[in-house]
Design a protein around this ligand. Structure first.
Ligand code: GLN
Length: 196
């Protein structure tokens, strides 16, 4: 089996993940239809626009196929809009299509229109001492997590990076930096999953 990480490529910032994954020895497969899920080892849900992504996921059952994979603890990492897709609850947007896999409540566009994009050096203890340059673009934050969700990073009192089993979610876009540590962290989840 090839070492492929799938990237949902219906919409949004999917191209930028390729370079970082290649540096870590993984090839990328762009996922656009159910058959594309067959030989991947993990899946990234990119940033973009979660309502648009949700609509496209419903055309040929791809969204439901991804939910089935998640039911087998398949590793999935959502960035920004991808984090919204993973959340069970969304404040004020409770009916938009999503995978609804992580026990958390998120707020979309949570940093407001005035400061819709910003960068910050984020402390992420699981990745070591060096702060991670986190790029937030019309980002959501996680308002509330259930006890089974691990908090990996907070910014100004809000959770912005979390893990539940093999599901990983960040409010920010690690693919827009040259720091491979978050992709590396996800690769470790993938490798542990496939070793079992
Ligand atoms: N604001 C977008 C949404 O609500 C997410 C933005 C992003 O992915 N950069 O879906």
């Amino acid at each position: 089996m090839e070492k492929y990480v799938g990237i949902l490529a219906l919409q949004g910032a999917f191209r930028e993940h390729r370079l970082l994954l290649n540096q870590l020895g993984y090839d990328v497969k762009e996922v656009r239809r159910p058959a594309d899920l067959e030989d991947i080892r993990g899946l990234i849900i990119p940033g973009g626009e979660s309502t648009a992504m949700g609509k496209l996921l419903q055309f040929d059952g791809l969204g439901e196929n991804i939910k089935e994979l998640a039911g087998k603890d398949f590793p999935i990492y959502g960035t920004c809009a991808g984090l919204i897709m993973l959340a069970k609850d969304i404040i004020n947007h409770s009916d938009q299509y999503r995978f609804g896999l992580m026990d958390m409540t998120v707020e979309r566009n949570a940093y407001g229109r005035q400061v819709d994009s910003f960068e910050t050096g984020l402390k992420i203890p699981a990745l070591g001492q060096e702060p991670f340059r986190a790029v937030f673009i019309r980002a959501p934050y996680i308002e509330k997590v259930a006890p089974n969700v691990g908090i990996l990073a907070e910014y100004e009192g809000k959770v912005v990076f979390a893990r539940q089993g093999n599901l990983l979610a960040s409010s920010f876009h690690p693919e827009l930096t040259e720091d491979t540590r978050i992709h590396q962290y996800f690769i470790r989840i993938i490798e542990e999953y496939w070793q079992k």
